[in-house]
Design a protein around this ligand. Structure first.
Ligand code: ZN
Length: 322
């Protein structure tokens, strides 16, 4: 009975979270999605949150997405820069990064810390309910501290223990961007080729090693995909879903991205690996071990979903070469 109660509570809390979290920046839009490949900082990693535009400006107010209290601040983190973390009563934490300045409630504490410790990496945890924020209240101001190339707001949603990181777009309603899902290139057994829908490609070996350079194209910007489903002869063989990532896997992007992926500064070129090599949490189905590929020719379907749930389907054929 207790188990059932906690399950009901979890479902209830999830619904509350979805309906109540708001965008951290007024009139903003998404510029990067959850789990995109990143190679900046000390090691390659998944993008742990969503980037909201601050219109390329520093000093834009960053607001609490829900009521809560200040759990932590970080100053001069190599990747995140200056950070605010808020604990919400519904069990989630929100993290705001690359900040230029903190809310007036916090800035005097930060000034004291900097005068004492200088410009080193400072982390301070705060007691429960000491400094409270209500939903929509300014927690900080946008900047480009840490690995940010341009000023923006990086938002993460984590569980209280910070062992899991969730896609904020599963919690916050944000208007979809006008764009198109594109497969720029297909890589088969290490060979890069232009992708043409309906084309027959050759592969060799026990099974084809497929990779795709794919994304949602929004004007000149590229947004990472939410979900990829790969079918051979209409049978699901591989499924990647970027819904949540255990914190301990955040620096293991090569479970789903190929080693040729680049994401540094303004360059973004990520290849999704559509075959099992390393296991990872975001790989939801892997039917390669049970695959019986005795046939020499079969149709392939790729179902690609963007962060707003829009799906585009691509079809091609694979033929066993010599
Ligand atoms: Zn970011």
């Amino acid at each position: 009975m207790k188990k059932l109660h906690s399950l009901v509570l979890i479902i209830l809390l999830s619904l509350l979270a979805f309906s109540n979290f708001i965008m951290p920046v007024d009139d903003s839009y998404v510029t990067s999605s959850f789990a995109e490949f990143r190679s900046t900082g000390d090691t390659a990693h998944f993008h742990g949150g969503v980037d909201f535009s601050t219109f390329l400006k520093e000093g834009i107010p960053i607001k609490a997405i829900y009521d809560g209290y200040l759990a932590r601040i970080e100053i001069n983190n190599t990747i995140y820069g200056n950070v605010v973390v808020i604990q919400h009563p519904n069990g989630y934490k929100s993290l705001y990064a690359h900040l230029s300045m903190f809310s007036s409630k916090i800035q005097s504490i930060v000034d004291d810390l900097i005068s004492e410790y200088g410009n080193s990496n400072i982390i301070v945890e705060f007691p429960e309910n000491e400094i409270k924020f209500s939903q929509g209240e300014v927690v900080a101001y946008s900047g480009k501290t840490g690995e940010a190339v341009q000023p923006h707001c990086h938002l993460e949603i984590r569980n209280s223990k910070e062992t899991m990181i969730f896609d904020p777009l599963d919690f916050i309603k944000v208007a979809p961007l006008n764009g198109e899902i594109i497969i720029k290139e297909i890589v088969i057994d290490g060979k890069k080729q232009e992708f043409v829908n309906g084309k027959t490609y050759e592969f060799s070996g026990v099974f084809p090693h497929l990779e795709i350079n794919s994304y949602l194209q929004v004007n000149k910007n590229i947004i990472g995909l939410k979900e990829i489903k790969l079918y051979f002869s209409n049978k699901l063989v591989y499924h990647i879903l970027f819904d949540e990532i255990p914190y301990e896997e955040i620096d293991k992007p090569y479970t789903v991205y190929s080693e040729e992926s680049i994401a540094a500064g303004y360059i973004y070129k990520a290849y999704y690996k559509l075959y099992p090599e390393k296991t990872g949490y975001v790989v939801k189905a892997n039917n390669f071990p049970t695959l019986n590929l005795n046939i020499d020719f079969f149709p392939v379907t790729l179902e690609l979903k963007d962060p707003w749930g829009r799906v585009k389907t691509f079809n091609f054929n694979l033929k066993r070469g010599d």
